[in-house]
Design a protein around this ligand. Structure first.
Ligand SMILES: [Zn+2]
Length: 383
């Protein structure tokens, strides 16, 4: 399953030599687009053909790559890896159209996605990743621990689906009432066993967090054990806890998922509000933040953006300088160096991609009057 780190590696991958085809196919059976995905594929491939012809001298060579190598691989993948499973709602494919790389199919990268994405294709110098940036922001990865005194479940939830799980069963002696010294010793043994159980689960959680992008944790189970669990959790991980659910470790994972998803969505909306608030506060200090389209794009060009904050679905066309890579509103000549520009479909997607690759954070905000008043977009600055 796709993560932010993987996406960064993809963008830098040497295997994806220019020109790169980025193709998204909606397979969600609840939408007309997904029901007729083959017709959709034909439609976007005909657009791709036109893009190749319009943009490249070696069009014939690239079209051959597309139709003889990439499309058969995609269709084969759908037959083998998608149709047998009901949970895949979209695909993202990235491939080089340059046949020097075509010795094998390793440089065709396909991701399956549990969320629908609008079918589309792009032929550009680099992978077009902004639809994935949006999904990764909206469905931020989180970990779940459900525990009682002798049994615990760990889940990793990626893009709204459980992508990893582990179960822990510990042997805890039953409490009994013998009275006297023996009883006290016995109670201590039980407490010790529970403590060990909790530490084992904590250790697993910390290890998994270190391996992933996880910044959010949801806890559930026996309140007494959870109290102990949190006591054993380092400060950094304690701060990641975004909520609690009433739950038993052996309940079906689908139930746990459903209840935690609600908490995760609330946390996402909360972090959006916080980002806008942060932006408004930072605006009071010179040089800490910018708002509005022109100022924000300027800051992106200057590589000053630490966090880009924009309204979901805000879209505007723009230009990219072929010489110095300056992004701008539509211009025939670069505002920075006067060189020729090329049009970009969505200026904000290009800006988001650039901020992401420079290790900045992107926050897509769902409806927010304050952000709209600031021009739908703004950025917190590094300097
Ligand atoms: Zn320029």
């Amino acid at each position: 399953m796709l993560t932010k780190n993987e996406l960064k590696q993809l963008e830098k991958s040497e295997k994806l030599r220019t020109p790169v085809l980025s193709l998204y196919l909606n397979l969600d059976k609840k939408t007309p687009e997904g029901q007729h995905y083959l017709a959709e594929l034909r439609r976007i491939l005909s657009i791709t053909n036109k893009q190749i012809v319009a943009g490249y001298k070696e069009a014939g060579k690239f079209q051959k790559q597309l139709h003889e190598r990439i499309v058969p691989r995609l269709l084969n993948f759908i037959d083998e890896e998608v149709l047998p499973y009901g949970t895949i709602r979209a695909l993202a494919l990235f491939a080089s159209l340059n046949d020097k790389q075509a010795r094998n199919n390793q440089e065709i990268v396909i991701y399956t996605l549990p969320r629908p994405i609008r079918s589309q294709s792009h032929v550009e110098n680099n992978p077009f990743i902004s639809p994935l940036l949006f999904l990764l922001d909206q469905y931020e990865q989180y970990a779940v621990i459900i525990t009682n005194k002798n049994n615990a479940h760990f889940y990793l939830v990626t893009m709204g689906e459980i992508t990893q799980s582990a179960e822990f069963i510990s042997d805890i002696p039953h409490r009994s009432d013998q009275g006297g010294w023996a009883q006290k010793r016995y109670e201590r043994r039980i407490d010790h066993a529970i403590e060990q159980h909790v530490q084992r689960v904590v250790k697993h959680l910390i290890k998994q967090i270190a391996k992933t992008d996880v910044r959010r944790i949801i806890l559930g189970g026996d309140p007494d054990i959870l109290y102990l669990f949190k006591k054993n959790l380092p400060d950094r991980e304690q701060k990641m806890v975004i909520g609690h659910i009433p739950a038993k470790p052996n309940e079906p994972s689908t139930e746990t998922l459903e209840r935690t998803l609600k908490i995760a969505t609330d946390a996402e909306r909360e972090s959006e509000k916080k980002a806008v608030l942060e932006l408004r506060e930072a605006m009071a200090h010179q040089g800490k933040a910018v708002t509005g389209l022109m100022e924000t794009i300027k800051a992106v060009n200057e590589k000053r953006v630490q966090k880009l904050i924009l309204i979901q679905g805000y879209s505007i066309s723009g230009s990219l300088c072929m010489n110095c890579n300056t992004l701008s509103t539509p211009q025939t000549r670069c505002t920075n160096c006067q060189a020729i520009t090329k049009p970009v479909d969505d200026l904000l997607e290009s800006a988001a991609e650039r901020v992401f690759l420079e290790n900045g954070i992107i926050e897509f905000v769902d409806e927010n009057i304050d952000l709209t008043a600031l021009g739908n977009i703004g950025a917190l600055l590094r300097f």
